[in-house]
Design a binder for this molecule. Structure first.
Ligand code: SME
Length: 164
């Protein structure tokens, strides 16, 4: 997306302020909404949290809900990013056999793990309809953002709303 450093710093400041305003343990819907509305290429934004070998959807924003509200660690691009604990940035999802299809229009997907030291707590997952929508500046921004989410991720994991 060619995010300038200035925009990146501003976005990180805004995300910190948004997280600080909310009650601890609140899910990630507001953050996803803020990301989607702030960044035109972020067509669908979700946060998954990892518990018991499964990624659970803990907040999302987009035109449509996904049927993949829980994803086993062995599946999809989401599983890959969590297993290998690295950012997965796919220019064209049609070229990746492990891709789990959610939306017909999706061409690009970026998945960034939320790491607490050596432990993966979950990930940010973003889809977009353009091919090659995300570049190194998205990777860097989302990796920095993911560090801001560790505390919140821990508190949502304690609550584990998907078990209710
Ligand atoms: N496409 C993902 C599944 C999640 S949806 O994009 C919301 C995957 O391949 O793991």
């Amino acid at each position: 997306m060619n995010l300038s450093e200035e925009l990146e710093e501003r976005a990180l400041r805004e995300s910190r302020a948004l997280l600080a305003r909310e009650v601890p343990g609140t899910d990630f819907h507001a953050l996803c909404r803020w990301l989607r509305h702030g960044f035109p290429r972020y067509g669908w934004v979700g946060v998954y949290l990892l518990e018991g070998g499964t990624l659970h959807l803990a907040g999302w924003d987009g035109e449509h809900p996904t049927e993949h509200t829980s994803i086993p660690l062995g599946s999809g691009l989401c599983g890959l990013a969590a297993r290998e604990q690295r950012t997965v940035n796919v220019r064209d999802v049609r070229e990746r056999p492990e891709y789990l299809a959610c939306f017909l229009e999706t061409r690009s997907e970026i998945v960034v793990p939320i790491m607490d030291g050596a432990t993966c707590l979950g990930e940010i997952d973003i889809d977009g309809p353009q091919q090659g929508a995300y570049d190194a500046s998205d990777e860097r921004f989302l990796e920095r953002l993911s560090k801001e989410l560790v505390h919140r991720a821990r508190s949502v994991l304690e609550r584990a709303p998907w078990r209710a």
